[in-house]
Ligand binder design. Structure first.
Ligand SMILES: *Cc1c(COP(=O)(O)O)cnc(C)c1O
Ligand code: SF4
Length: 340
């Protein structure tokens, strides 16, 4: 007899897990479809659209729902729409501005004392056009299988390491089962005190904060933080706040890093609103980065002088704890450089 798929599944699937993966699968990859969803035409946009960029458009529906219909200058749209101008050459821009492609253990970056960064995944749920990793040769740089074992051995043998940072790509794109087994391993390394995750995934798919993920944080002895990546106040809505509250309840410290981006958040008003919205969501502003000069991102650049002026102005309007540190990453330095 032919196998017939029952309409009502016999055992109920875990809705949370299923839905974040579905949102991931159903992410929009056609810039013209994205524009259509927002009631926009290509000629409404300041630059020509590039529908065939090798760094593909990728944007999950819950993020699109936070964009304004009919606004060609929407700050969220601008972060994800592929434009022809990305293909132009600009002086001072390169494909690997941070010189990260020559580290020894694949998937592990130990640039700063006491902290190591593990590149856990090559993909992201959203492709941000300004991303400094857009040309990163991930395939051979991800910590998985043998290279993950090698990275764990490296951490075990270095008692100076107190904190492991899971990064990517987006580390939360891996399954909760995989994360759980990794955190179990890290838990056994005595000199480790802290676990940090750098992720943008919950911003574009709030359903990613699954019960299983919360359990991982609840169980670990490591003090945990989640450094989110939010660039504009409109990225924070009630669905996100509700999801993040579940993490706060299990003791996760929420922080945010953003990138200063022309046409997205390069105004006093936008930056003040961002900090205020972050605090409403239980998140403290941590870093705001100058754009890394990666090929394809030049149209987002603002000068350091303008960045410093903006920071000085927001400092007058916000309590000190809501003013992020303005940082640049310079190859070869022992920490990020904070600009004052
Ligand atoms: C940014 C970064 C860190 C973390 O730096 P903090 O100042 O602790 O946030 C660690 N390792 C690498 C390679 C980094 O780029
Ligand atoms: S989520 Fe982060 S790593 Fe991924 S494309 Fe965006 S900025 Fe880059």
């Amino acid at each position: 007899m032919k196998n017939v798929t029952p309409i009502i599944p016999v055992s109920e699937p875990d809705c949370q897990v299923k839905s974040w993966k579905n949102f991931l699968k159903e992410a929009v990859s056609d810039p013209l479809e994205l524009l259509q969803d927002l009631n926009l035409k290509p000629e409404d946009i300041e630059y020509a659209i590039d529908p065939s960029n090798p760094f593909k458009v990728r944007v999950p529906r819950p993020f699109i729902e936070k964009m304004r219909i009919g606004d060609p200058d929407d700050p969220l749209l601008r972060q994800v729409l592929s434009l022809d101008i990305e293909n132009a050459d600009f002086e001072g821009y390169s494909s690997d501005p941070l010189k990260e492609t020559n580290s020894d253990t694949p998937g592990l970056l130990h640039k700063y004392e006491g902290r190591v960064l593990l590149i856990l995944a090559s993909a992201c749920a959203v492709n941000c056009r300004y991303c400094f990793r857009r040309h990163f040769p991930y395939q051979d740089k991800v910590a998985n299988g043998d290279s993950l074992k090698e990275s764990l051995a490296y951490i075990k043998n270095n008692p100076t390491i107190k904190e492991v940072i899971l990064s990517g790509g987006d580390p939360l794109i891996v399954s909760d089962g995989f994360l759980q087994s990794l955190v179990d391993e890290l838990d056994t390394i005595k000199h480790l005190k802290r676990l940090r995750i750098h992720s943008r995934l919950p911003i574009v798919i709030p359903q990613r904060i699954s019960r299983e993920l919360c359990n991982i944080f609840n169980k670990t002895r490591l003090k945990s933080s989640l450094v989110l990546h939010i660039n504009h106040g409109n990225e924070i809505d009630s669905a996100l706040i509700k999801s993040l509250n579940k993490l706060t309840e299990v003791g996760v410290q929420l922080l945010n890093q953003s990138v200063l981006l022309k046409g997205v958040n390069d105004s006093v008003q936008a930056l003040v609103q961002l900090s205020e919205r972050l605090f409403e969501a239980g998140i403290l502003p941590y870093y705001v980065h100058m754009l890394d000069k990666v090929d394809g991102a030049a149209h987002f650049d603002i000068s350091q002088a303008k960045a410093v002026a903006l920071m000085n102005q927001i400092r007058e309007q916000l309590p000190g704890y809501l003013v992020p540190r303005l940082a640049v990453e310079e190859p070869g330095k022992g920490s990020k450089t904070v600009i004052t």
